[in-house]
Each structure stands twice: as C-alpha cells, then as structure tokens.
Ligand binder design. Structure first.
Ligand SMILES: [Zn+2]
Length: 267
C-alpha cells in the first residue's frame, strides 16, 4: 500500500512538473514584455547581453535563459570577460566558446571575448570593479542593449571572477550609469541540494518569487548538453555529473538588480 502511495506521489510530482513547463512556455513572452514595459514604458524588442567570466559559463549556467530568449526572437549577445587561460588553453577555449554559442543560437558576430592582462581566469585574482564596470558600460552603450543578464553576488559556483562581475554591474546600477531603458538581471544562486536535483527542483523555482524564470524541456536540455560538450578541454568526469544533475541545465531564475539615481557621482 505504501509503495503504491509512493508511486502515486512520484507520478503526480512529475505530472506537476510537466504542467509547470507547459504553463511557462505560454507565459514567458508575457513575462519578458512585462519586464521591458516596467523598465522602458513600452514592450520593445529585446536586445540582451549575457555577461560571463569564462568560456563555458554560458552553457553551464545560462543555457536555459539563452535558449528561451533566442526562441522568443530576442537578439542575444555574449560578453565573456576572459579567454579562460588558467591552464594556458585560451586559444582552444575561445574556439570552444564560439562552437558552444553556435549550438545555443548565438552567432560568432554577437560574441565578444575580452583578453585583458588585469582580468585573468583565476579564482584568486581580484578583478577591478572599475575596469569591469567600464568595459560592461561601454559595451551596453555601443550596442544599445536593453537587457543585461549576469551572475548574482554568489556567482552560482562562488568563483571570484563571477562575483566580481556582479559587483561591477551593481556598481553601474547603483551609480546610475546604465541607460534608462536597460534592465539588469542577476542569475539566482541556489543552495547545494537544490542545485543538484536536476529538473526535480523546478516546482520550488516556480513557486519562489523571481523576476524571470526560464525553463527548458528535453529538447532544450539536449541543446544545452551539446553546448557543454563543445568545451572539450573542460570535459573531466565531474562535468558529466554536472550535466546530469545540475538544475542550471534546465532552469534559470533571475532577480532584478535595483538601479539608483542616474549619473550619481561618488567621491
Ligand atoms: Zn566561470
């Protein structure tokens, strides 16, 4: 009897996840319009910039958002602030990033990879907030992006280069250096248990308040997995575990980074 109950509960849970997924597919465009209307006053076309620290961040952490934005006809660009040269594999990793983005739907013409000696791929290196924020601001203004998506203060994996980007974007937001019609979104870092229960985490992400929730199904997952496999230099055994169990292979939730008064001078 108890086994029967467990099976019923498990089936109901999976059916519930399916229902959330199909509801999400119907409501995503409205959610995006709502965000753009709240920021710019009009539901304009989205030109989105994903800001990452290393080649592979785009598919390890942001694949659901990129896939859903591309499907929603948004123009999606990537700014990667290092070549991922920690093991002197920068040249290879740049090509892997281009291949991965092609799988996710970002053409090479929309990818910018920064190679700056003060921005090494190194968890012990402290990236300058002013340098990173000026690079990001310049990129936003050059391309007139109206949506920027990046890490939150915990950087998903806690990598210092990820959190440095959040500090820089928060600095731009706080000092009002972001164009009026541009919204800033940070990718929510979840705890270890939630992070590694794959799509089973979906109901929790759906129920908890967030500004934007992007979910992919089995087809999107295959796309995200194919993008991950493009990063051949990174394919150690634990990467396969990540591909199998990480909730970031299926779900992204974002919070809005609040913006301060425009052109505030800090002395
Ligand atoms: Zn990274």
């Amino acid at each position: 009897m108890s086994l029967y109950l467990i099976i019923c509960l498990a089936v109901s849970y999976v059916v519930g996840i399916k229902c959330i997924y199909y509801r999400h597919r119907r409501t995503l465009v409205q959610s995006l319009k709502h965000i753009m209307t709240a920021v710019s006053g009009i539901g304009c076309d989205i030109t989105a910039l994903i800001v990452t620290a290393h080649p592979d961040d785009e598919c390890m952490f942001f694949a659901p958002a990129i896939i859903r934005l591309v499907e929603s006809n948004a123009s999606v660009h990537l700014l990667c602030l290092s070549e991922g040269n920690y093991y002197d594999q920068g040249t290879q990793r740049k090509q892997e990033l281009i291949n991965s983005c092609a799988v996710l739907g970002i053409p090479a013409s929309r990818i910018t990879i920064v190679d700056h000696k003060k921005l090494p791929d190194d968890p012990k290196a402290e990236w300058s907030v002013s340098l990173v924020s000026s690079l990001i601001e310049k990129h936003i203004r050059t391309h007139s992006f109206n949506m920027v998506l990046t890490f939150d203060g915990r950087g998903v994996s806690g990598h210092a280069n990820h959190t440095a980007i959040h500090k820089a974007v928060s600095h731009l937001a706080f000092t009002g250096q972001v164009p009026n019609d541009c919204c800033l979104l940070s990718l929510v870092t979840v705890g270890l248990l939630r992070k590694y229960i794959s799509f089973l985490e979906l109901p929790l992400s759906w129920l908890l308040p967030s500004c934007l929730c992007c979910i992919i199904g089995s087809q999107g997952y295959r796309q995200a997995k194919a993008a991950m496999l493009c990063h051949r230099t990174q394919l150690l055994w634990f990467r396969y575990l990540y591909i199998t169990f990480s909730r970031y292979m299926f779900i992204n939730t974002f919070q809005m980074i609040p913006q301060g008064p425009k052109n505030l001078k800090i002395y």
